[in-house]
Design a protein around this ligand. Structure first.
Ligand code: PLP
Length: 389
């Protein structure tokens, strides 16, 4: 008889988005005319930029001709894209294009990278953070060796190195859901900790294009010693609207210990057949002159909405964080309401969807996350409704 993976029973935190969907369906049943504003979903609100559309169409056209067709691509990604990333993003940091691996998402990479490490590795994970790190390590049987790194008001919502050793460290900066990014000093402390405890950092930098604070590094490799201890993941999802196309990349430096670079190469060659050629051409187009201009304008507009919501909430006397280096606002619930109670209140009274902070970890209790992936009209309307709360 087939025996199932018993570790799935250790997934205690329910996935919150289906619960939100249910609550929304109830509201729409009871108030069919309600127009709901969804500031919950961390998905893009704007269409693909023209430079990307054009590159994808052209690449698809190429595939329709016998002389230019493409079959399976390299599992690490096409050299044209790896070189474009190396030139545009990492030239000053001396990262070679061969250390860059293309994938279909940072989600995919962050959940697959732990395969390179021993089954009984102690894994440090911020709380709250992007929930898949915890869920994936739990499914892999590491539930009892997770070290939670509280991100609270006292720590400026950044995780600090624990006073116990660990083997693998997840850092998400700028963090989803708090929108707070690690500054140079805080990141240096983590790199120093990883070096002294022989740990490896998986650095989820999916929101790099939103960073505006001058003391926040754009890459962990700006930090001395990071190339010996850190793997960095970035995505085209939020920087260029690729959530529905799927393309990301991960830097696995050759200078990491124990042959991790070769192991990841081997792992990808075995388990991945790469990302579609037209999608990789679309990703390459984001680095062209027009592409850069167009995608940067989109990110800037999301950040404008973040500033608008953040300032508006503050003016109304609410306590909130983030919103500077990320499209997320971390909103402290008024009157010590639980995150679900405040979620319900926002939904019922404002017809507004936020995400209960508790869904990102126990230390998210007492907060909700607002997403700035929306349009200026929706942001304005949301604030008007909140004013009447
Ligand atoms: N990492 C973080 C921190 C995220 O918030 C998200 C999506 O919301 C992802 C990764 C997913 O990225 P991708 O679309 O590249 O899988």
């Amino acid at each position: 008889m087939a025996r199932i993976n018993p570790h799935f029973t250790n997934l205690h935190t329910p996935y919150i988005f289906p619960i939100i969907e249910e609550k929304l369906a109830d509201l729409q049943k009871n108030h069919p005319s309600a127009t709901v504003i969804n500031l919950g979903i961390g998905d893009i609100a704007l269409p693909l930029v023209p430079a990307v559309v054009q590159a994808i169409c052209q690449a698809t056209e190429e595939m329709g001709h016998s002389t230019t067709r493409k079959g399976y691509g390299p599992s690490e990604g096409y050299p044209f894209l790896r070189k474009a990333i190396a030139n545009h993003e990492y030239a000053h940091l001396d990262i070679s294009w061969e250390e860059i691996f293309i994938s279909d998402g940072t989600n995919t990479d962050t959940v697959n990278l732990p395969e390179l490490f021993a089954h009984d590795s102690r894994v440090a994970i911020p709380n709250p953070t992007y929930p898949v790190y915890l869920a994936a390590n739990t499914m892999a049987g590491r539930a009892s060796s997770i070290i939670a790194l509280p991100c609270t008001e006292e720590t400026r919502f950044v995780p600090v190195p624990p006073d116990q050793p660990c083997d693998l460290i997840f850092l998400c900066s700028p963090n989803n859901p708090t929108g707070v990014a690690l500054n140079r000093k805080e990141l240096q402390a983590w790199v120093d900790y990883a070096r002294s405890s022989h740990a490896i950092i998986i650095y989820d930098n999916a929101y790099v294009s939103f960073i505006r604070s001058p003391d926040v590094p754009l890459s962990i490799y700006e930090i001395e010693g990071a190339k010996e201890v850190a793997i960095e993941c970035r995505s085209f999802s939020k920087s260029a609207g690729f959530t529905g196309l799927r393309c990301a990349y991960t830097i696995v430096p050759r200078s990491l210990p124990d042959g991790l670079h070769s192991m990841w190469k081997r792992r990808q060659a075995t388990k991945s057949n790469g990302v579609a050629y037209p999608i990789q051409r679309g990703a390459e187009a984001t680095f062209s002159k027009e592409g850069q201009f167009q995608v940067k304008a989109q990110v800037a507009s999301y950040l404008e909405q973040a500033t608008y919501l953040f300032d508006g909430l503050q003016k109304l006397g609410h306590l909130c964080y983030g919103g500077i280096d990320a499209p997320y606002i971390w909103w402290k619930t008024p009157k010590d309401l639980s995150s679900w109670d405040f979620f319900d209140r926002l939904l019922e009274q404002c017809h507004l969807i936020a995400v209960p902070g508790q869904g990102f970890g126990s230390y998210g209790e007492g907060y909700v996350r607002l997403s700035a992936f929306t349009t200026p009209n929706q942001a304005e309307e949301a604030l008007c409704r909140i004013q009447q709360l």
